[in-house]
Design a protein around this ligand. Structure first.
Ligand SMILES: *Cc1c(COP(=O)(O)O)cnc(C)c1O
Length: 372
């Protein structure tokens, strides 16, 4: 036996997470200038970063010889004020993925189970498998979460249910009433992780009042991120809101300095920049209409989305999907294939700037014409 054979089977069988193709990589592969390439593959903010956040981060560069504030005092204070929760209810993460991972490490162990939906965010099965726990994927309904079926899938071993709303990559939203009923019915000894990474992209009428539910449900963990509407994906800041006892356990297992000083400063400033958030929201609404209009004109089927991305179906059999993906790459447009999400006929595109959406639609039309 060699060393690696001693790693647990559940580690050796992990399928590595496939991120969106980096611009620099495609530039090398197709021999084109990076500036020619558009990446609409990772749900990043096409407006970049809030200028306030950028300034704040640049200012912290003078002090990066020092460790960050491991308690995240200032950012937690700002979040506490914004969301009306106690700082003791907040857990900061190196991106919200870190928070998902902490939840898994606190509540799962080999033999325990976690429930999530088919087509749900790929990080849930990943963090569950890393612990050696059992992931239970519940068949989706019209690409969305089937919450009653997820409730039924809970076993005595189940410690976590992951709910993404809106979900990535399907863009589906679970209704507020349906989510609330789920919370009422689920056992209090199961942690419900509500992943709200795209919350800020929801129209007001569709935003669930989930933070209010924390008062009532001690087993609720809401996760949000600075990676999407706030445009800080590169510095990795996310957070969770939960019962203080749950936050306390999660804080014990996190790395003492899991959020960098640059990230802390950027997030704090971004939180104050309401104008940037509003601009990003408005751009996304307009861009989503532009994309769905384009799809309709081309007869491309899509899954209506509440996020800053949309998944569309490539006509014909699944062999067409990589062809369209490759053709888009050759035209300098990076989107995301969804094979690992059991959606081999779909591709996901992030809503970009108007000019990027236009270029994507034209490139898609070209790619589809090459199929015939
Ligand atoms: C993008 C995304 C996140 C955010 O990940 P970070 O680690 O905060 O960058 C979380 N959940 C879902 C469903 C996402 O799509």
């Amino acid at each position: 036996m060699n060393l690696c054979d001693f790693a647990p089977e559940y580690i050796r069988s992990i399928q590595p997470y496939q991120p969106g193709k980096p611009i620099s990589e495609l530039a090398r592969e197709i021999g084109l200038d990076e500036s020619y390439i558009i990446k609409l593959a990772s749900n990043e903010n096409p407006l970049g970063t809030s200028p306030l956040a950028l300034d704040a981060m640049i200012n912290t560069l003078h002090d990066i010889a020092l460790y960050p504030d491991g308690s995240g005092y200032e950012l937690k204070a700002a979040l506490s004020k914004r969301y009306g929760v106690d700082p003791a209810q907040i857990i900061l993460g190196n991106g919200s993925n870190d928070v998902l991972d902490l939840a898994a490490r606190v509540f799962l162990k080999p033999g325990a189970a976690a429930v999530y939906s088919q087509h749900a965010f790929a990080v849930y099965p990943l963090v569950v498998q890393m612990i050696g726990a059992n992931g239970i994927a519940v068949p989706a309904r019209d690409y969305g979460h089937d919450l009653p079926a997820m409730l039924d899938a809970i076993t005595p071993e189940t410690r976590i249910v992951f709910i993404a709303s809106p979900n990535n990559p399907t863009g589906t939203l679970s209704g507020e009433d349906e989510l609330f009923r789920f919370m009422e019915r689920v056992s209090r000894d199961v942690l419900v992780v509500m992943d709200e990474a795209y919350y800020e992209y929801l129209p007001e009428a569709n935003k669930p009042d989930s933070i209010k539910w924390l008062k009532q449900f001690s087993n609720l963990l809401i996760t949000r991120t600075f990676s999407k509407v706030y445009g800080l994906a590169g510095v990795r800041v996310g957070f969770g809101l939960t019962h203080p006892d749950v936050a306390n356990l999660m804080n014990r297992v996190r790395q003492p300095f899991n959020v960098s000083s640059i990230g802390l400063a950027g997030a704090l400033a971004a939180l104050q920049d309401a104008e940037f958030v509003q601009k990003s929201y408005a751009l996304n609404r307009a861009g989503m209409l532009q994309l769905t209009d384009g799809f309709r004109k081309m007869g491309v089927e899509y899954i209506p989305s509440y996020g800053n991305f949309i998944s569309f179906r490539v006509k014909g059999d699944a062999a067409n999907t990589p062809k369209v993906y490759q053709s888009l790459l050759r035209q300098g447009v990076i989107v995301r294939p969804l094979g690992i999400y059991e959606m081999p006929n779909h591709l996901r595109v992030t809503v970009g700037l108007e000019s990027q959406n236009k270029r994507f639609l034209e490139s898609l039309e070209q790619a589809l014409s090459e199929l015939n």
